[in-house]
Design a binder for this molecule. Sequence first.
Ligand SMILES: [Zn+2]
Ligand SMILES: [Zn+2]
Length: 319
Amino acid sequence: MTKCTFCGRRAAYHRRYAGVFLCDRCMIRSVERRFRRSMGEHRLVSPGERVAVAVSGGKDSVACMHLLADYCRRKNCELVAVTVDEGIRGYREESLPIARENAKQLGVEHFVVSFEQAFGATLDQITTLARRKGTGLNPCTYCGVMRRSLLNQAARELDADKLATAHNLDDEVQAIMLNYVRADFSRLYRLGPSYPPREGFVPRVKPLRGIPEKEVALYALLKGIKVHLGVCPYVGGIHAEIREFLNRLEANHPNSKFMILRMFDRMRPHLAEAMPEFEMRRCEVCGEPTSSTLCKSCELLRGLGLGRKQKTLISTKST
Ligand SMILES: [Zn+2]
Ligand SMILES: [Zn+2]
């Protein structure tokens, strides 16, 4: 029997990059400690603040909501949950009830906003339309931009001081690499534990970005948290390639992902100097903050012959 390096009980996990074994209890404690450290180190949430957490129903977001619920209780913060229903058949209808159930169990008010209501089309329909029109953009591009815009708007309408998302170490490092490959400087700059508030944007915080995906999954499993394990049917393309590359790198050279993140965090303050200054405006159509006349989301919709439908997202009561 392999023993836990810290307490001698049966090991449940081999943390290769640190050369240690952890039992179930030490594993749970370690994830919770890292979460709290990240919240404290980067001052992600201040006492008394209202936090909106984006919850899809998958392991990361549900685990994040559980960790935040506990944190908010201690810090006298208020937590609300938002699920974006993109309209992905066979995927979202399974994960949404799980998000709702977990929120209910934690006593967290839960809201659902949908692509269909906001844009008049589901992601499935948008994907078909994009293919037919030959836009050359993949579903993840539409989904990423539009989801981000709805989450920001929902968080603003809910009067949230912070918008928490469940990006883990793997997600964050993938995003860093993707922006390198695409030479997307402003997106690269916007990655980080948090970024300075700008008008119209609810500041985003990522309390799990220092925790590997595997460990978040194991945490949810060991805590007996009910999560949706499905994989998005649209996953693929360059995102998947970068993910495979990073996993191979980590397997052959443990700690690579942490190193990439650490290096990025050290460089990031210097990137600010190179960020072009631009005036923040409001999107003509939906009112979201943007540097041009249309926000990215409305621009993508226009390219498909679609437009914004529902203006106010949070009009009804929570689910
Ligand atoms: Zn132990
Ligand atoms: Zn817009």
